[in-house]
Each structure stands twice: as structure tokens, then as C-alpha cells.
Design a protein around this ligand. Structure first.
Ligand code: ADP
Ligand code: MG
Length: 346
């Protein structure tokens, strides 16, 4: 760095906003994640995600949740506005909602054209609010169903450098699909539908049955290859539930090993390795099984540290949990005759 560049200056608010927006909204899939989380927090029983051109042109998330009145929707798009948290005391008591920072709608609005159509449950009229580049363009009464539909078009139209980093439509859509699948599997009691360029990619029944949800999102062949986790090896976890596939039904990407802690998606390499380790040498190298696993962690017994944005998790007792998962999954596979009892990979 040249000496002239060492002077420390405060960034102007617009630059600060764009940097912050870049952290929340990296690509269409991150928009989908935030909007789906808002729908779940709003108590939706049905959520439809429709994207155009991999989400580069258009993203629409519609729900039948609590909806918003005109005053609320105006506030919702401002910075640091949330209905989910009041103060530090709330934060210390623990937040049960997926969101609470009050920044998603604001940041998405700052880098796109955003339209929100919403009507509170039991209300006569709805509201449509339109934003472009963070500026409110219009707020009008609208006829619409109860719930909320958020439509994001022209993502990154005003941040061309970021737009350049978007990948091909198919790649962006893969990421969107992964996100919606993840939430659908975590919420079998919610009806999810995913559409791409007008075609339905999958839809779930919302009847609360995980096996039926697996069938809806992964198809018949994969669902047939999956068996329910049974039993629980000794260890810190209170429970482990879900489904794992036989060692032949695999993919080259680890994206189909979905892990949750108390119903909340987490990304954890050690947990994934524990699942893969359960198959021993009977899994081909660089192949990953299908797995949907929920770790039942009682707050008192295990120290969990979840990174809110990255969805990463760290346990005080990591190795014991990994061993417990590996053993439980291996015993399930053995019980179903899906692997032979040979020495584990190691
Ligand atoms: P956060 O989710 O952290 O509160 P957001 O910017 O995502 O922040 O949303 C701001 C507020 O807008 C939420 O707290 C909620 O009150 C309202 N909101 C957003 N999406 C919806 C929705 N789909 N249904 C009802 N209310 C919503
Ligand atoms: Mg939110």
C-alpha cells in the first residue's frame, strides 16, 4: 500500500450499505433463503417459490402467512426494522424465529426492484408497495389473497460489478433448488412448491410426513433407497432422526447430505464426515449418500454455537457427537442389510 493510502476515513453510508448488502445477498439463492425464512416466520402453511432464468430475472415467494397492513409493510422495508425482537433482553432469552436482524428486505430492496403485495389475515384490503434501488416508488391498496407475495426483479441491476459474478442460469437455479429443498425437508408440515420458468420442479404435500417430503423433492428412486434412522448409540445427543440412503444411491456432491439441529439447517463438515464414515469402505471414494438428519440437542446438555449467517454449527462436545452419529447411522445401515459388517474406513 502506498503511504498516501494509509489515512483512515469513514466510509460514506451508501458504500457501507452496498458492502452490507453484498453479505446478505450474494446471489438469487440468498434472496430465496431470506424470503422463505420470512414466510416461515410469518406462520405460513404454504409457500410457493417461482423463479425466472435461475432467479437472475425474477424471484417470487408467496405465502399464506399472517400478512402485513400498510403501516407494517412500509416499515418492513426500512433498515433494522423487525417485528421479531424488541431489545437485548429478548436476544438473551433466545430467538425462536429464523430472522431477527431486520435487514433482509431492506438490503434486497437496495439492490433490486422489489414489490410486496400483502394482506393481513382477516382483513378486507391488501397493500402493494413497490421499491426500486431502495426508494419507495408507490404504495397502493391492492386486491390480493391473505398472506404475502414478495417479487424481486432485476437483481443487482444497480450493482453491475456484482451482477457480473452471477453464474449461468442453470447454476444459479441449482443453488435456489438446494435452498428450497433444505427448507422443505425441515418443514414437512408446510406445503412447498418450486417453479422454474413456469414449470413445476417439485411440490410437497405439507402433511407433516418426512418420508413423503423426501419422495416429493428427490423422486421415487431416491426415496425408495432411503431407510429411517433407528436406535441411538450412546452419546451427548438426545436423539437422531431422519433417513439415509443405501451406499449405491449416491451423488458426487455433498449437497444431498442435509443436516439439521433441532429442525434448523446447519452446515457441518464434521457431521457430514461422520455420516459418510458410517458407510465405511462400501461407499465409493468421492461419493456422497443422500441423508436427511435432525440432531435432537437439548439446550442444557450440549453447548451449540450456531453462526447465524453461515449456518455453521460448533459443539462443545464435537467428537463425541460425531462418534454417536457415525455409530447410529452404521447400525441403521447394518440392521437394514445395506452394508456388510466390515471394518470401518479409517
Ligand atoms: P427480519 O426477518 O430479520 O425481521 P426482514 O427484513 O426479513 O427482517 O423483515 C422485516 C419485517 O417484515 C419482519 O420482521 C416481519 O415483520 C415483516 N415481514 C417480512 N416478510 C414477511 C412475510 N412474508 N409475512 C409477514 N411479515 C413479513
Ligand atoms: Mg427476515
Amino acid at each position: 500500500m502506498s503511504p498516501e493510502r494509509t489515512e483512515i476515513r469513514a466510509l460514506d453510508p451508501e458504500t457501507v450499505d452496498k458492502i452490507a448488502a453484498g453479505e446478505v445477498v450474494e446471489r438469487p439463492a440468498s434472496v430465496v433463503k431470506e424470503l422463505v425464512e420470512n414466510s416461515l416466520d410469518a406462520g405460513a402453511t404454504g409457500i410457493t417459490v417461482a423463479v425466472g432464468s435461475g432467479g437472475r430475472d425474477r424471484i417470487r415467494v408467496a405465502d399464506d402467512g399472517v400478512g402485513m397492513n400498510e403501516g407494517s409493510v412500509r416499515k418492513a422495508v426500512e433498515q433494522h426494522t423487525t417485528s421479531k425482537l424488541r431489545d437485548v433482553a429478548d436476544l438473551e432469552r433466545g430467538v425462536s424465529t429464523l430472522g431477527f436482524r431486520g435487514e433482509a428486505l431492506y438490503t434486497i430492496g437496495a439492490v433490486s426492484r422489489l414489490a410486496i403485495t400483502t394482506k393481513p389475515r382477516g382483513s378486507e384490503t391488501g397493500t402493494k408497495l413497490v421499491l426500486a434501488g431502495g426508494e419507495v416508488e408507490s404504495v397502493e391498496p391492492a386486491g390480493c389473497p391473505e398472506g404475502t407475495a414478495v417479487e424481486v426483479t432485476d437483481l443487482f441491476y444497480n450493482t453491475p460489478a456484482r451482477k457480473k459474478y452471477l453464474k449461468r442460469e442453470a447454476t444459479e437455479f441449482d443453488h435456489v433448488n438446494t435452498v428450497v429443498t433444505r427448507y422443505a425437508l425441515a418443514n414437512p408440515g408446510v406445503r412447498f412448491a418450486l417453479e422454474h420458468d413456469g414449470r413445476e420442479v417439485f411440490s410437497t404435500t405439507g402433511q407433516g410426513d418426512l418420508q413423503a417430503t423426501v419422495l416429493s423433492v428427490y423422486g421415487r428412486e431416491v426415496a425408495r433407497a432411503m431407510v429411517p434412522i433407528e436406535g441411538l448409540a450412546a452419546g451427548p445427543l438426545e436423539g437422531l432422526s431422519g433417513y439415509v440412503s443405501d451406499p449405491e444411491t449416491t451423488r458426487s456432491s455433498p449437497a444431498y447430505v442435509s443436516t439439521y439441529v433441532n429442525g434448523r439447517y446447519v452446515r457441518s463438515k464434521p457431521i457430514r464426515s461422520a455420516v459418510v464414515g458410517a458407510y465405511g469402505t462400501q461407499l465409493a471414494p468421492d461419493r456422497y449418500p443422500f441423508a436427511v438428519l435432525d440432531l435432537d440437542v437439548s439446550p442444557g446438555t450440549v453447548d451449540v454455537n450456531v453462526h447465524p449467517r453461515k449456518m455453521e454449527v460448533r459443539f462443545g462436545d464435537g467428537e463425541a457427537i460425531e462418534a454417536q452419529i457415525e455409530k447410529t447411522v452404521r447400525e441403521t445401515l447394518l440392521d437394514h442389510g445395506l452394508i456388510r459388517s466390515s471394518a470401518p474406513r479409517g
